[in-house]
Design a binder for this molecule. Structure first.
Ligand SMILES: [Zn+2]
Ligand SMILES: [Zn+2]
Length: 421
């Protein structure tokens, strides 16, 4: 047997209704908030991610699936969606038609992370990006929209973590303060952090290694270093969130692991799986469009961890499937042929119907109908068919009656409709 690759998973039919329900709910909300769907390739040039996510991040340093593709050079299975959406916004000149674009996309991402429970190397994200709006009200509205989605999906124990990463004008002063504070504790840092320290000291705030966490405990808060513009922006985000009734917590340790963020960053956590887990995260990236060769346009976006959301909802949402309305039990070749015809006609009319396709006893087929939870069973045998009759059994009331084979599919349809109402 050839097994799937470790860190990957199958999404089986039994679980798919949950995925579809989340997608439907997300699409409804995106529609209402004015976002349009975009579908992009899974494979992009490696350079796109190195330049956008940052080449001193964990993702680019060690987690990307990249390979040489002849003349095209190094290509990568996308580790996240934002870079591709920005690439498309620039390349397709969306900004020329209208700089304001609100887009969403849903699909798989790939990262070579160490496989562990709830973490996959092919994982799914719901991703949304807004271009052309610098206003802090968009930041707050985006968080509000996310919270609305999670509340419709009944996700419990939600909290919003908020921070600002400032801008190129004010971040250097913070970096310096952070650096001089950490340098004293340089010995305690992990290998990754010491290597990246000079180039990107903010990475240390993001590191999960306990000694690094300890070393940055007394780190200064970036919010104390914000310039007037960034400070006003952050205040407006907080004010609007309060106005919308969204509670939040300022987390000075939140940096979100990617280089492109500016100003507002946020993470939505839930305690629904026991420990605190992030279920969505995002932030503003006002410099990225220009950095990737486009016009100077502000932008903000987020990603929802689809897999984790499914794990959470699986705790209280039952998988659902359209119930089976009719099961046909046929005896003899002629009845089998008729049955197959009727099942096909009923399926075409939107009625779920199944039949036996083999030689089995009526008794064992009744058991199968029970197992499939059929609402009705039709028993057709050669003798009955000669008289133009079949037996209809209501599986709930156990009532049986004879019905004519003339117009049988129409009769069954109306019986099923009447039974529903
Ligand atoms: Zn600033
Ligand atoms: Zn570290």
């Amino acid at each position: 047997m050839i097994e799937l690759i470790k860190g990957f998973k199958d999404i089986l039919p039994e679980g798919i209704s949950l995925w579809q329900r989340i997608e439907t709910e997300a699409k409804t909300i995106f529609d209402d908030f004015g976002y349009r769907e975009i579908r992009l390739p899974i494979l992009e040039k490696a350079e796109l991610f190195a330049r956008s996510i940052g080449d001193t991040t964990d993702i680019v340093e060690k987690e990307m699936y990249s390979f040489e593709d002849g003349k095209r050079g190094l290509v990568t299975l996308r580790p996240e969606a934002t870079a591709s959406v920005v690439r498309s916004y620039i390349q397709q000149r969306m900004y020329a038609a209208d700089p304001i674009q609100k887009l969403f996309t849903i699909g798989p991402m790939f990262r070579k992370e160490r496989p562990q429970k709830g973490r996959y190397r092919q994982f799914y994200q719901i991703d949304a990006e807004v271009f052309g709006i610098a206003s802090p009200y968009m930041d707050a509205q985006m968080i509000f929209m996310l919270m609305t989605l999670f509340s419709r999906l009944k996700v419990a124990g939600l909290s919003v973590l908020l921070n600002s990463l400032g801008c190129p004008a004010c971040r250097p002063a913070f970096k310096e303060a952070l650096l001089s504070m950490i340098e004293a504790k340089k010995e305690a840092l992990c290998e990754n952090c010491s290597r990246r320290l000079l180039k990107n000291p903010l990475r240390v705030l993001d590191c999960k290694v306990p000694t690094c966490r300890e070393a940055v405990k007394e780190a200064p808060a970036i919010t104390d270093y914000l310039c007037k513009g960034c400070d006003d922006h952050f205040s407006a985000v907080k004010e609007m969130l309060s106005g919308l009734g969204v509670g939040y917590e300022i987390d000075k340790g939140l940096v979100r692991g990617l280089d492109y963020y500016t100003r507002t960053i946020f993470e939505i956590q839930t305690s629904a799986l026991g420990a605190q887990n992030a279920v969505a995260g995002g932030g503003r990236y006002d410099g990225l469009v220009e950095l990737l060769g486009g016009p100077s346009q502000p932008a903000i976006g987020f990603a929802i961890g689809f897999d984790r959301l499914c794990d959470i909802m699986a705790q209280y949402e039952k998988p659902s499937q359209k119930p089976l309305q009719v099961f046909f039990i046929t005896e003899g070749a002629e009845a089998g042929k008729q049955g197959a015809n009727w099942v096909s006609r009923l399926n075409q009319a939107g009625v779920t119907a199944e039949m036996d396709y083999g030689e089995r006893s009526v008794k064992s087929l009744m058991k199968r109908a029970d197992k499939l939870d059929a609402a009705f069973v039709v028993i057709a045998d050669g003798e009955g068919l000669e008289k133009g009759q079949v037996i209809l059994r209501n599986m709930k009331t156990k009532e049986q009656s004879s019905i004519s084979t003339t117009g049988i599919t129409e009769q069954l349809q109306s019986i099923i409709v009447n039974q529903r109402s």
